[in-house]
Design a protein around this ligand. Structure first.
Ligand code: GLN
Ligand code: ZN
Length: 760
């Protein structure tokens, strides 16, 4: 029996790659220095995996920015607009980063390629752009060089990894009309054949082709493309074994297709989709080797060996040990790197956890147990039992409250039209009321304040005094430019999830648990390990302080339960829905506390509600039901006169508009400016009944929009929706912006609302 790994984090244990890349972009180090940092990380990773006893060790899983972008370069799929960069720099690495990040130098101004979430993860990839006459050819030597290097260190165990041809096409986009990207497969396959053959020639025994789209809903044509591609590859390459890797979902209706592809091995994710094992074992043909992904590549918990062994043994019974490979569920790219570096986590809880490096050992230990090493099983059982029974995890009152949820918990006292009348009387706002989404610029000064306070270099008094001053300044300024509904600016917050996680029970924070989000950007998600409760008020202090500085309405600012869940590592010992409801009650209590403290308008941000959408369509209604209900729990219980806002900063509401409406927020603010209000059409079509603030300018750019431009967007919005329901606000929070552009943009925005009041 073999063990394997599908991919390893490449940012480096100390985020060396992030630091080196950013220095390179800033022109502070040369490409050769960046290359040598990269080489060191790769070698360390191979060595780590070798030491952990892994039999098939991935290579070509490294990337300077994104592995999908790497393949685009490997295949020569480079949009024409970057040719100028090559002409100017004659350097492929410059072209590569230009594609990822845009290029503004020496008179050139070229936009970056589109970036989007990798399936249902928080990792973002660069979307390949295809043209009707797209050509493919091997355009660089990276994969071959990396294989050769890996072979020097781990020998025959080196296994090149590559996104498979169908997923590469399906995860890309057509950039012109008149063709379907899947039709490019006939041109693409020969290049894959060439790549695989060359790797085989260099000595590769195994090649891993990732085909995560095999676990998605596929059309008939797409299924046929899978058969065609792999039949062609099988017919043309010899002397190398191919492993097709699927993950994040079950194969379901694609099971028969997947197990019958003419390849040597298939990997399935048994963490996300444990139930698929039976069907796969029923349909699996003679000879196909099955890689069982039993160690969770996307979470931080220690593997429950007993559970995994049950699956492994089931596979062994049917196939024999030499047709089974033990593996993590997916690439470990989505895990933090090394739990050993965490010195501050409560040792009892740390004993329940595993990061990427520890997961490698788990894979190896599982193999050893199947060969009779029972001591390893005993130790693991003790850790699992300790977590199952710990009082740190289980809080009876929290469980009882969630278990007792009834429909009344997610019901406001009156329907929206009634609330709207009451709120209009109470706040007496003008037409097209103006507001912002919450945060104001987090200047270096503000960040330093927080850093010094955390380090202990600043007393609580001095820190709070400084934050108070920043808040007062922001309020005075909002009054001066005549905004209608004010915000306090969120200067006391580092991050919209971390701020709440730090104050809720059941959360812990790591020192070094970084995971790549995109390019050099890494995130350090909180870990939800136990039942969630709220020991004390979280935002009342700052909201009431701010409200006391002004006569205008001051919005209270909270993060919603689904967003907190989505941006954290979550418990795997209860359904996500239960954890979400626990968070929902904690936020509900905070909403009531704010209301009691006199805050009349409360915004509950649900930035990530769409992100949680399951990959398979059949599963979406159930998710949307509980996600919407969790939001409603947070917003219910307040009086009719309290106005609940929500905010979402993503596009594409079409397929979920009825669920957005079901959230029943009194006011929703959304991102729309980049689409020229196109996104509002979903709301118009649905005849969205509640109030809505379509963002009138893009906060992702320092550009200051003109008053006319924003008025014209408002005019368009008023064509689509009743003008009396429209608010005026930017697309999202302003924390990443600088003050000068923020001030100029918001002054223009207020002017534009005033224009709209007379013109529309
Ligand atoms: N209130 C948050 C802010 O303004 C919302 C951020 C977001 O939607 N991502 O920063
Ligand atoms: Zn936003």
């Amino acid at each position: 029996m073999l063990t394997q790994n599908l991919g390893y984090p490449r940012i480096g244990g100390q985020r060396q790659l992030k630091k080196a890349s950013e220095q390179f972009w800033a022109g502070k180090i040369e490409a050769t220095e960046l290359q040598s940092v990269a080489q060191q990380i790769r070698e360390e990773n191979w060595q780590t995996q070798l030491n952990a006893g892994i039999d098939l060790i991935p290579c070509n899983d490294f990337s300077f920015y994104d592995q999908t972008l790497d393949i685009s370069l490997l295949l020569g799929v480079i949009p024409e607009r970057y040719e100028a960069v090559l002409a100017q720099t004659n350097n492929e690495l410059e072209v590569y980063f230009a594609m990822a990040r845009g290029y503004q130098k020496n008179g050139l101004d070229i936009t970056a390629m589109e970036m989007t979430k990798w399936l249902d993860t928080n990792y973002h990839y660069i979307v390949p752009e295809f043209k009707a006459n797209q050509q493919f050819r091997i355009s660089n030597e990276n994969i071959f060089n990396e294989y050769t290097k890996a072979k020097q260190i781990v020998g025959k165990k080196a296994k090149p990894v590559l996104l498979g041809p169908i997923s590469y096409l399906l995860l890309g986009k057509e950039k012109e009309a008149g063709f379907e990207r899947v039709d490019l497969i006939e041109k693409l396959v020969p290049v894959y054949v060439e790549i695989i053959s060359r790797l085989a020639g260099l000595g590769a025994e195994w090649i891993q082709l990732d085909e995560p789209t095999l676990a998605l809903d596929l059309s008939k044509k797409e299924k046929e493309a899978f058969e065609y591609a792999y039949r062609s590859i099988a017919a043309q390459v010899t002397g190398v074994k191919i492993l097709v890797a699927t993950y994040f979902e079950a194969l379901l209706d694609n099971t028969s297709l997947a197990v019958n592809l003419p390849v040597q091995a298939l990997h399935i994710d048994l963490v996300r989709a444990a139930d698929q094992l039976n069907e796969v074992l029923t349909l699996i043909p003679e000879q196909l080797i099955l890689s069982v992904g039993v160690v969770d590549g996307r979470n931080v918990w220690k593997n429950d060996y007993e559970k995994s062994l049950e699956q492994i043994n089931k596979a062994i019974d049917k196939l024999g040990a030499d047709r089974v490979i033990i593996a993590p569920s997916c690439s470990l790219l989505h895990s933090p790197i090394d739990l050993d570096l965490e010195t501050a986590i409560d040792p009892e809880i740390k004993n329940w956890m595993a990061f990427a490096k520890q997961k490698l050992s788990e894979v190896n230990e599982l193999k050893q147990i199947t060969q009779g090493n029972n001591a390893l099983l005993t130790t693991n059982k003790a850790a699992i039992a300790s977590r199952r029974l710990s009082q740190k995890v289980h809080k009876q009152v929290v469980k009882e409250r969630v278990a007792a949820i009834t429909a009344a918990d997610s019901q406001r006292a009156s329907a929206f039209p009634v609330r709207q009348q009451i709120q209009r009387k109470r706040f007496n706002l003008p037409a097209f009321p103006t507001t912002t989404i919450g945060s104001f610029p987090q200047t270096d000064e503000i960040r330093q304040l927080r850093a010094r306070f955390k380090k202990g270099d600043l007393t609580v008094e001095a820190y709070e005094k400084a934050i108070e001053q920043a808040t007062i300044d922001a309020i005075r300024w909002q009054e001066e430019i005549d905004l209608d509904v004010l915000v306090h600016g969120e200067f006391e917050r580092n991050d919209m999830v971390e701020y709440f996680g730090e104050q809720l029970d059941g959360f812990l924070f790591t020192k070094n648990g970084w995971v790549q989000s995109y390019g050099s950007r890494c995130v350090k998600p909180p870990v939800i390990y136990g039942d969630v409760s709220r020991p004390a008020d979280m935002t009342v202090r700052w909201s009431t302080f701010a409200a006391a500085q002004t006569d205008r309405p001051m919005k209270g600012m909270l993060t919603g339960p689904v967003t907190i869940l989505q941006w954290s590592f979550v418990r795997d010992d209860q359904p996500r829905e239960v954890t979400t409801n626990q968070i929902a009650f904690a936020i509900h209590d905070e909403v009531l506390a704010l209301e009691k403290a006199g805050i009349g308008i409360i915004q509950i941000d649900e930035a990530a509600i769409r992100e949680g959408l399951p990959l398979r369509k059949a599963k979406r209604p159930h998710y949307l039901d509980w996600a919407v209900s969790a939001f409603r729990i947070t917003a219910s219980g307040v009086q009719d006169k309290t106005q609940i806002h929500t905010h979402m900063c993503y596009s594409e509401f079409n397929d979920i508009i009825e669920h957005i409406a079901a959230m029943d927020a009194d006011v929703i603010t959304i991102e729309t400016s980049r689409s020229q209000m196109e996104l509002l059409q979903a709301f118009a079509h649905f005849e969205y009944p509640n109030e809505i603030g379509p963002g009138v300018y893009d906060i992702h750019s320092p550009r200051v929009p003109t008053t006319e431009e924003m008025t014209s967007l408002l005019t368009r919005a008023a064509d689509l929706l009743p003008a009396q329901n429209l608010w005026v606000n930017p697309d999202c929070g302003l924390k990443t912006r600088k003050w000068p552009e923020t001030k100029a943009a918001l002054e223009n925005m207020v002017a534009s609302a005033k224009q709209a009041r007379v013109q529309i």
